[in-house]
Design a protein. Structure first.
Length: 269
């Protein structure tokens, strides 16, 4: 009897685990689970490129012991397919690809940073919650309500902005801009941040002048010294967090970033 009670106590105190590739997926799934019963973790650590990440044996073990593993696509995380193939067949976790859930074809030409578009996240939330029911997901209704509130807030803020254009450091925030009809210049970088050529700096500054902005959105993963020429020419540099490392939920992550962005767009023109 004592042994049975002990087993019940151990079982009741064990959380189900869902593993994601990147932090934004963790934030989204946290919105649709009871975090007292389910633990959501991401394996790509802060500061590492999710496209070229090399999983450690400990990461493989985390996924093998999880209820589900969620990642974006075989192209966005080129390391994921091999990892999945090498997982034990017995008690294999549920494998979920965001692109498949959204009905998208895999392509190197599709921007993988879908989480910057709340409309796409809204489309994903229902099917993802249904797919994770056995792993402790409690549905997407409350999350959908929070997403609707976020979208209403964004659309209410847009008409008040002094400028609706910015320079993106990377193509991540261009996804948000496209979803809400905000103009952008050519991104500073398409991959890793490297020293910018004078020709490219001049070209992007001309684009910025044409669309009436002096705001540069710098993803916090980049070295601020790389955009010194823009700072010296009077551009307002606003650093945004593209991954939400220190956040718990998606809506908190977006609201915090967008508050900073909107403040900059009201100042930097």
């Amino acid at each position: 009897m004592k042994v049975l009670m002990l087993l019940l106590l151990i079982t009741s105190g064990t959380k189900k685990v869902i593993v994601t590739s990147v932090s934004p997926l963790r934030l989204i799934i946290n919105e649709m689970v009871d975090t007292s019963q389910v633990k959501v973790i991401n394996i790509v650590p802060r500061g590492q490129n999710p496209h070229t990440f090399d999983p450690r044996p400990s990461d493989v073990k985390k996924i093998a012991n999880a209820c589900a593993f969620v990642y974006i696509s075989d192209i966005a995380e080129s390391w994921a397919p091999k990892l999945v193939r090498n997982l034990p067949l017995k008690n294999r976790p549920r494998i979920l690809k965001v692109w498949k859930l959204l009905g998208r074809k895999e392509s190197i030409y599709i921007n993988p940073h879908f989480w910057f578009d709340p409309y796409t996240v809204k489309k994903l939330s229902g099917v993802l919650a249904d797919s994770l029911k056995d792993c402790g997901a409690i549905g997407s209704e409350k999350f959908l309500n929070r997403l609707d509130s976020l979208i209403l807030w964004i659309n209410a803020e847009l008409p008040t902005l002094k400028t609706k254009c910015f320079i993106p450091s990377h193509n991540s925030w261009t996804v948000f801009a496209k979803a809400f009809h905000i103009k952008t210049t050519t991104p500073l970088w398409t991959t890793e941040g490297t020293e910018l050529s004078p020709r490219k700096i001049i070209r992007i500054m001309k684009q910025a002048k044409k669309c009436g902005t002096k705001v540069l959105v710098l993803d916090s993963i980049y070295n601020p010294d790389l955009v010194t020429p823009f700072r010296e020419n009077g551009f307002k540099i606003v650093e945004l967090d593209p991954q939400g490392w220190d956040e718990v939920t998606y809506t908190e992550f977006m609201k915090k970033n967008l508050t900073k962005l909107f403040e900059a767009l009201n100042e930097g023109n």
